[in-house]
Design a protein around this ligand. Structure first.
Ligand SMILES: Nc1ncnc2c1ncn2[C@@H]1O[C@H](COP(=O)(O)OP(=O)(O)OP(=O)(O)O)[C@@H](O)[C@H]1O
Ligand SMILES: [Mg+2]
Length: 235
């Protein structure tokens, strides 16, 4: 019994040390990423000094998204402020950011945004992150399957909630993933294609905003992900 306990303790210590090492490695990586990131940003600005080329504008948008992520996860700079924002903006931005990838793989990425403001409280950059992760997963899913490659992004209002839905015509969620929803490092993708962190991060961010991320059963196959966030009260 004593031996079994000490084995358990040793395993826990090993796990804790491994996690601490991983944390340090991640922080170092985020720190080192800042220099090349700033260099690429400066070069992009130099290439288009008068800001006329929409492709440079798009590149700068992607770069500032990376910059936000590096600052936020690396703990550099000031924390991103909470504010009231229109959820359509980051969701629309995420869909635009992913259009290029969709085009390259011959997938259709359709957006149907609520015709009106969807005011929610929180960090718009977090909403962008969630939407990007969900669209990315949907595109990965349709890339795998043989069915038509269609991804739909929709925003709407349901009661007191603002809703974002991402649906796809892919093979649907694997049973082993459904059973372990909410856990980190759950992936069915080959090494180098997925880390199993996207949904974990998305779920965490949605919860931090008082919302919920669910996988309702879609009527016509594929996968449907629904994010509900509390609508901000009118001031
Ligand atoms: N739209 C979807 N259709 C089918 N399976 C999905 C879908 N979204 C997520 N999954 C399943 O959930 C798993 C976990 O997703 P998650 O986004 O957390 O990690 P990942 O996509 O594998 O890697 P990454 O960390 O790069 O996002 C995926 O590997 C996949 O099996
Ligand atoms: Mg993912």
């Amino acid at each position: 019994m004593k031996d079994a306990l000490s084995q358990e303790e040793a395993a826990m210590l090993e796990e804790t040390a491994r996690l601490a090492e991983l944390g340090l490695l991640t922080a170092s990586l985020l720190h080192e990423l800042r220099q090349p990131l700033f260099a690429v940003k400066a070069l992009a600005q130099l290439l288009d000094r008068d800001g006329q080329d929409p492709r440079t504008a798009m590149m700068l948008e992607h770069l500032s998204h990376i910059e936000d992520l590096v600052s936020q996860y690396g703990g550099f700079g000031r924390p991103v402020a909470e504010a009231c924002f229109d959820l359509n903006a980051p969701v629309g931005e995420a869909a635009t950011m992913m259009l290029h990838r969709a085009e390259l793989m011959g997938a259709e990425l359709k957006s149907d945004l609520f015709d009106g403001e969807l005011r929610v409280n929180g960090r718009s950059s977090a909403a962008l992150q969630v939407a990007v992760n969900l669209i990315q997963n949907a595109l990965d899913a349709v890339e795998e399957g043989d069915a038509g490659r269609i991804v739909r992004v929709r925003t709407s209002v349901l009661g007191q909630s603002a809703v974002v839905e991402v649906s796809d015509s892919g093979p649907g969620l694997a049973v082993e993933v459904r059973q372990r929803l909410g856990q980190p490092f759950v992936t069915t993708k080959p090494p180098g294609r997925g880390t199993g962190l996207g949904l974990y991060i998305a779920q965490k961010l949605v919860r931090e905003h008082g919302g919920e991320l669910t996988f309702p059963t879609p009527l016509d196959g594929g996968t449907l992900v629904r994010v509900c966030l509390p609508l901000a009260l009118a001031s």
